[in-house]
Design a protein. Structure first.
Length: 365
């Protein structure tokens, strides 16, 4: 079996090479060079499962650290998130401060650090995570250090997210050197932006992670297969790129499957087809099934009727098949667009935009 040193087909795994996202990363890094409080310092990444959100956050973490930022590495938006962010900033920022005791606010005790970025016992035991985060930012700012906070798997109706955004607004108001990048599924991001407590985020920059260009994937495959001595023809390389449908995760699955199965100097069509079929099954289990599980029964019915059209669908035609009014169908059309499962393709037209989902739905019927 040939050893695969390039492809990393697992959620959250950092691939050896980043394909088709360099411009997004460059924009994010440029944003960190802007003035504290500027719009470019607050970003929300939107993308379907397998679109590379987590990989982008980790790559940004590395590049921001190289720029001199103290980075709270990607933290999942779940219970206790703020406390974990505080701990990460302490760990990453300690080397930038002296070991001498530091007093904030002019008094010793409740408002002080003990050594480095370690809080006094009073602060550790009695103060909130928001308070601790503010104290850390104030101290690091005095040391000339900016702080980047990265949040992954943004959740709708999250109290932890509300608390983070609230304290982030206050930090910006103080003029502290801080930046925030959050990533999530389109539906979770949409719900978060519509939260009346989080209207501040509507001023943040939104970056949608669309499909990778086929030509970028094709070039990557050609280079990777060459380095790993996989004897793929130019036609097979193109077919592999087209199979990936712009999905970073599916791209990794297809490439990994081909590398593991390839033998000798020539890749047979039978081996190629087996690798693609295996990659498709894994993607359907990991992405298609998970996407459908998060939807209502009516959402899924809407999608099943759309899948019969093999391409774009008319909302009116789908409503007729479901035996509902167009206005009623429009509600589910909007829900599915907000969730990132559908995209508008013209007046009254929509198409399924999750790779392989349309065919998967047809096979289930």
């Amino acid at each position: 079996m040939r050893k695969d040193t390039i492809f990393s087909p697992a959620f959250g795994n950092r691939p050896t090479y980043l394909v088709g996202r360099e411009s997004v990363l460059e924009d994010l890094c440029l944003g960190l060079e802007s003035m504290p409080g500027s719009k470019e310092r607050s970003t929300v990444l939107l993308g379907q499962r397998g679109s590379g959100k987590t990989v982008l956050l980790w790559e940004l973490a590395d590049r921001a650290a190289a720029q001199g930022f103290v980075v709270a590495s990607p933290t999942i938006a779940s219970d206790g998130m703020l406390a974990r962010i505080v701990e990460k900033i302490q760990d990453a920022g300690t080397r930038f401060v002296s070991d001498a005791p530091h007093v904030s606010g002019g008094t010793v005790g409740v408002f002080s650090f003990e050594v480095g970025l370690e809080f006094s016992r009073d602060v550790e035991q009695t103060k909130s995570a928001q308070f601790k985060l503010t104290q850390l930012l104030r101290r690091l700012s005095k040391q000339g250090r900016g702080v980047l906070i990265l949040v992954d798997e943004l959740q709708a109706n999250s109290q932890d997210v509300r608390e983070l955004v609230a304290v982030y607004q206050e930090l910006i108001g103080e003029g502290l050197n801080v930046a925030l990048v959050m990533a999530g599924l389109p539906g979770a991001v949409s719900a978060t932006l519509n939260d009346r407590v989080l209207t501040f985020l509507n001023r943040a920059r939104k970056v949608s992670l669309g499909p990778l260009p086929t030509m970028d994937v094709e070039a990557f495959y050609a280079s990777a297969f060459g380095k790993l001595k996989v004897g793929a023809s130019s036609a097979q390389v193109l077919r592999a790129a087209q199979t990936a449908q712009g999905s970073p995760y599916l791209m990794q699955l297809v490439g990994h499957g081909i590398v593991l199965r390839a033998e000798g100097d020539t890749l047979s069509d039978e081996t190629f087809d087996a690798a693609v079929a295996s990659a498709r099954r894994e993607f359907e289990n990991d992405v298609c099934e998970t996407t459908l599980a998060a939807l209502s029964d009516m959402d899924v019915r809407f999608l099943c009727e759309m899948a019969l059209d093999e391409g774009e669908s008319s909302t009116a035609r789908v409503a007729e098949r479901l035996d509902v009014t167009v206005d009623y169908a429009q509600k589910y059309r909007k829900r599915l667009i907000d969730a990132g499962v559908l995209e508008s393709s013209g007046w009254g037209k929509v198409r399924i935009c999750v790779p392989l989902l349309e065919g998967y739905l047809r096979e289930r019927q």
